[in-house]
Design a protein around this ligand. Sequence first.
Ligand SMILES: [Zn+2]
Ligand SMILES: [Zn+2]
Length: 422
Amino acid sequence: MMKAVLDHIGIAVSDLPASLAFFRDTLGLHLESSEEIASQKVRAHFLSTGQSSLELLEATAADSPIAKYLEKRGPGIHHLALRVENIAAALAHLKARGVRLIDERARPGAEGALVAFIHPSAAHGVLVELKQPAPAVPLFRVVGRHALGDLELLSLSDGFLRLDGGAMFGTVPRTMWGKRLPPDDVNRIPLGMRPLIVRGEKTLLIDAGCGDKMDARTAAIYGLDRSYHLDHSLAEAGLTVDDIDIVLASHLHFDHVGGFTALAKDGTLVPRFPKARYVAHRGEWEDATHPHERNRASYLPENFVPLQDAGVLTLVDEGAEIMPGVKFRWSGGHTPNHQVVMIESGGKTAVFTADMYPTTVHIPDPWIMGYDLHPMDTLAFKRAFAKEAVAKEYLLFFEHEPSLAAGYLREQDGKRFVERVI
Ligand SMILES: [Zn+2]
Ligand SMILES: [Zn+2]
């Protein structure tokens, strides 16, 4: 299924001042922007009509496609454009149904968007443009490396998902978070999924993103974008699933441990990392295997029960040393036994903050997710932790931050900010 909404209607014009006199001055539409698209030899003028717009297309050269169109058919409606979330997926969907395309691959359009055209013969005489708008938040997914004493840290990506902005910021109104993380037209904000590898005595992976078991309907609800995912990231880091010795869970929500298991060819669920021991917190395991109405949607048994069945699961308590230099530390709040991971070597400390600081926008103490089961525990932990992180110069890893992977928490004139490292 592809979901598309009307983005704009393209109109070929031969006399721009006369067209503007009608659409802008007589109809009263607001002229929002004008842009020259050199590759198409056109200048596009966008007039806002609420959710969508009119695009007046003016040829800038005699051999422009718009000039040719005007010659043949005169001024008038040239095309309509549908906005889609994922243009590559939309093109694959159309191709699979035998729809004739002008562009088999998306190409750059105006305002940083990606565009592709469907042939009019396949669309009942209408030239249809597909458009994936430029992301309002820049998405970062490059593998980041950082040396911490004798340890090597590798920040990976399992792609991006979208969650309701209101749910992500609890009691904080949209007027405050909306500027930092602009929501889409259904109020969702983009979020990263950033597992972390710690290489030392062993190779340890902390969390693994949501994995590839999500059905298409759920993936659409969460706006899942795994066009680049954990396997790509591992390959970019020069690793494979066989290199991972230990897999650690900050907690057992699907967006953190979905990638712990995989569907085998025979239809059974198996550990995704065949040589790894999987480690989870004992209390978190109890909660995940005995869910209630409030947390049931986040704890999906297929992500963790197969690990116990395969005999590769170890349950530990807070403070447990997972491998030299790596320890669980209780934060609670988000779930009663949510853990952050303290990583120490050579007198330096890094912290995998998981859902305690999901993004850098969650740095202010009371900016707490609506999902948290015990928000007052989150608040108490954040208050103390922020002071500690600033004073001791912890390198913080932000698992759901869309635009960066890690940085130092700094404080200046009573204001906290993150200094980017990765
Ligand atoms: Zn969570
Ligand atoms: Zn999460």
